[in-house]
Write a protein that binds this ligand. Structure first.
Ligand code: IMP
Ligand code: MG
Length: 201
C-alpha cells in the first residue's frame, strides 16, 4: 500500500470515530465542557478518597451501587481506581428522561428488590445530581434494606436546581445549570459513548 492510501485511511478513520461526532454536536449547539483527561484524573482521586474512607472498616464489604444507565461508564472506571479488595458492584435502574430529551418525566426505580446489601457499606454512584430527587428517592428505598452505611457519589453536581435537603456526599465536578451529554449521559438515549462531556449552549 502506498503512503497516500495509508494517510487517506487514517483521515477517514479519525473522522469517523471523532470528527463526525464533534461536528454533529457543534451543529446542534453543544460545546465541550469537561475533557476525558480531566475526568480520568478526577476518577483516580475519587478512588483514593473512597479507599481512605472505607479502608477503616475493610472487613465490611463496600457495594458500588451503580445507577443505570447513566452511571455505567463512570462506575466502570471508578471501580478500577478503588484498591479495596472487598468491593462489590451492584446495579439499579432509574429513569426519568428516556426519550423525552431534556425534559424530566416520571421517575421509575427498578431492581431494589434484587440487591443484597444488608450490613454492607453502600455507595450510590450516579452520573449527575440535578434536582436531587433521584438520589433522595433511591436513598430512602436503600435504607429499608438495612445497609451498614449509605453515602452517595455523583460525577456531576449541577448547581442551582436542587429540590431536596440532601447534597451528594462526594462529587467529581460542579457544573452550571446546562443540559449535558457524554461519558454515560444521554440525549434521547444517544451520545452516552462520548469520552468527554459536552454542554448545550
Ligand atoms: P435529578 O433527579 O433531577 O437529580 O436527576 C437525576 C437524573 O436525571 C440523572 O441520573 C440523569 O439520568 C438525568 N439528568 C439530569 N440532568 C441531566 C443532563 O443534563 N443530561 C443528561 N441526563 C440528566
Ligand atoms: Mg440517571
Amino acid at each position: 500500500m502506498n503512503s497516500r492510501i495509508i494517510l487517506a485511511s487514517l483521515i477517514i478513520f479519525f473522522h469517523a470515530t471523532y470528527g463526525m461526532q464533534s461536528s454533529d454536536l457543534t451543529l446542534i449547539n453543544f460545546s465541550p465542557l469537561i475533557t476525558r483527561d480531566q475526568i480520568a484524573e478526577r476518577v483516580v482521586s475519587l478512588g483514593r478518597k473512597i479507599d481512605a474512607i472505607y479502608c477503616k472498616d475493610s472487613q465490611t464489604p463496600l457495594v458500588i451501587l451503580t445507577v443505570m444507565k447513566g452511571a455505567m461508564i463512570f462506575a466502570a472506571d471508578l471501580i478500577r481506581a478503588i484498591q479495596m479488595p472487598n468491593t462489590e458492584l451492584q446495579f439499579i435502574q432509574a429513569s426519568s428522561y428516556g426519550h423525552n430529551g431534556t425534559q424530566a418525566g416520571q421517575l421509575t426505580i427498578r431492581g431494589v428488590d434484587q440487591l443484597t446489601i444488608e450490613n454492607k457499606h453502600v455507595l450510590i454512584v450516579d452520573d449527575i445530581f440535578d434536582t436531587g430527587v433521584t438520589i433522595s428517592k433511591i436513598k430512602a428505598q436503600i435504607l429499608e434494606k438495612n445497609p451498614a452505611s449509605i453515602k452517595s457519589l455523583v460525577l456531576l453536581r449541577k448547581l442551582g436546581k436542587s429540590k431536596v435537603k440532601e447534597t451528594p456526599d462526594f462529587f467529581g465536578f460542579e457544573i452550571p445549570d446546562k443540559f449535558v451529554i457524554g461519558y454515560g449521559l444521554d440525549y434521547k438515549e444517544c451520545y452516552r459513548g462520548l469520552p468527554s462531556i459536552w454542554a448545550k449552549d
